[in-house]
Design a protein around this ligand. Sequence first.
Ligand SMILES: Nc1ncnc2c1ncn2[C@@H]1O[C@H](COP(=O)(O)OP(=O)(O)OP(=O)(O)O)[C@@H](O)[C@H]1O
Ligand SMILES: [Mg+2]
Length: 140
Amino acid sequence: MEITTHSTEETKDLAKRLAQKAKPGDIYALYGDLGSGKTTFTSFFVAALGFKNRVQSPTFVIVRNYKRDTGEIKQVFHVDLYRLTSEAEVEDIGLDEMMSTADTITIIEWPEIYDKKLPEHTKKMYFEYADKGARKIKYV
Ligand SMILES: Nc1ncnc2c1ncn2[C@@H]1O[C@H](COP(=O)(O)OP(=O)(O)OP(=O)(O)O)[C@@H](O)[C@H]1O
Ligand SMILES: [Mg+2]
């Protein structure tokens, strides 16, 4: 699928639609340049899943974790591999464990460095700058 969202509001609509289909165990790999909208999408997606937390970029902390007690999906790991430089570093932060935790969704920004080791069922999304307020988003 390919969609151009012409505002953050339209990116929110996409996030809501995809959140309705989300299942525990899902892994989302978000590709795209700086400012292409990966964190913005994630923030809307996590909200649409029903988490009340404010989602902030994990770029500097590498992993942010959102939890709740109710519902099928109890936890989200939001990971940013931008500052990591090897597969070994990704293993050290425990990404494999996060991705195989029950009742959990894992969302990964800048996944390129770990591309070869992402599970087969990873949902890949590609974000591109289209215009000041518009982003092209491709996904399966
Ligand atoms: N249609 C749109 N969809 C999503 N974001 C948009 C859109 N139009 C403009 N923006 C703006 O683009 C910026 C996207 O920033 P964001 O932090 O989400 O990017 P990112 O891909 O996570 O970057 P980084 O690689 O630095 O983590 C935000 O300021 C957002 O408001
Ligand atoms: Mg980001």
